[in-house]
Design a protein around this ligand. Structure first.
Ligand code: NAD
Length: 311
């Protein structure tokens, strides 16, 4: 039985991962400072003897005995990561150093939740892993983008220098139940606005495109990646290549919620990427993985969750 540490275990993705790992027979330790994560996300696991939760900030060292580490701790939405940008960089960079140091000490396999934001505002579309990105180092998104880039650098240096078994995934927009209702991410924003009958706020003219991966598909890829051959380090893109404009997403959500909300167009924030679509050929080849859940089906599950939250 594997003992697995999940940092950010009370967050949106982390809570789904804890749940899945317990189902697979692992002993799971969630480590979270509850900055954006919530105990409600994991409270259904509290009585399970395979589950433990620890309040801890990953910018400080941690010593525990485990076989695998999934490093997910980091606020993921712009409103949250821009709230305290210095802490965001520290979480990515010091958090990575602490988890890699721990992994080195106990010889654990270590996984990094990186992001498509390492590609910045890409000139290449869709983005393969070999693309180095176009990132502003001094903008308001840089704490997140550059923090994640530096974390990747650290992972690869620990691999080269200390022969650590690393697994790096670059996550593209993911959605599903347990997203934070106020995180300002497009799917949660639109659903909450539609359910409350408020205006749907669209940045720019809504012509920018995004791809949306349902959380269950993403977690399946995480598990496959962690179990993959030790020579496969990544980075590997994980996301759903089906591309939609923001306007199309708004229209789908309005239809599924039967909402009469009107659309409201706002200025585009600076450094907002115009296009975002993963090239997932590597994940298909190395992990035998493709996303299975269609946008409408995933949206239905997510809408059902937000209906309960709002009620
Ligand atoms: N959801 C996505 O679409 C997406 C896309 C790209 C990358 N990611 C990455 O996946 C990971 C999880 O994202 P999420 O969507 O679940 O976000 P989330 O905000 O729901 O989860 C992040 C978790 O990390 C915790 N955390 C933050 N700082 C911490 C610290 N210093 N110490 C301990 N815990 C801390 C938060 O409390 C939260 O529980 C993040 O690393 C994020 O960058 C997510």
């Amino acid at each position: 039985m594997d003992r697995v540490l999940v940092t950010g275990g009370a967050g949106f993705l982390g809570s789904h991962l804890c749940e899945r790992l317990i189902k697979d027979g692992c002993d799971v330790l969630s480590v979270d400072n509850y900055f954006t994560g919530r105990k409600e996300n994991i409270e259904h696991l509290f009585g399970n003897p395979r589950f433990e939760a620890l309040r801890h900030d990953v910018t400080f060292p941690l010593y525990v005995e485990v076989d695998q580490i999934f490093n997910l701790a980091c606020p993921a939405s712009p409103v949250h990561y821009q709230f305290d940008p210095v802490q965001t960089t520290k979480t990515s960079v010091h958090g990575a150093i602490n988890m890699l140091g721990l992994a080195k000490r106990i010889r654990a396999r270590v996984f990094q939740a990186s992001t498509s934001e390492v590609y910045g505002d890409p000139e290449v579309h869709p983005q393969p892993e070999s693309y180095w990105g176009k990132v502003n180092p001094v903008g308001i998104r840089s704490c997140y983008d550059e923090g994640k880039r530096c974390a990747e650098t650290l992972f690869f240096d620990y691999w080269r220098q200390h022969q650590l078994e690393i697994k790096v995934v670059r996550i593209f927009n993911t959605y599903g139940p347990r997203m934070h209702p106020n995180d300002g991410r497009v799917v949660s924003n639109f659903i909450v606005q539609a359910l409350k009958g408020e205006e749907i706020t669209i940045y720019g003219r809504g012509e920018q495109t995004r791809s949306f991966c349902y959380v269950d598909d993403l977690i399946e890829a995480f598990v496959r990646m962690m179990r993959s051959d030790k020579d496969f380090t990544g980075p590997v893109n994980i996301g759903n290549p089906a591309e939609f404009t923001i306007l199309e997403l708004a229209e789908k959500i309005l239809n599924l919620t039967h909402s009469k909300s009107k659309l409201r167009f706002l200025d585009l924030p600076s450094d907002d990427p115009k296009q975002r679509q993963p090239n997932i050929e590597l994940a298909k080849d190395k992990l035998g993985w493709t996303p299975k859940v269609a946008l409408e089906d995933g949206l239905k599950e997510t809408i059902a969750y937000f209906k309960k939250v709002i009620a």
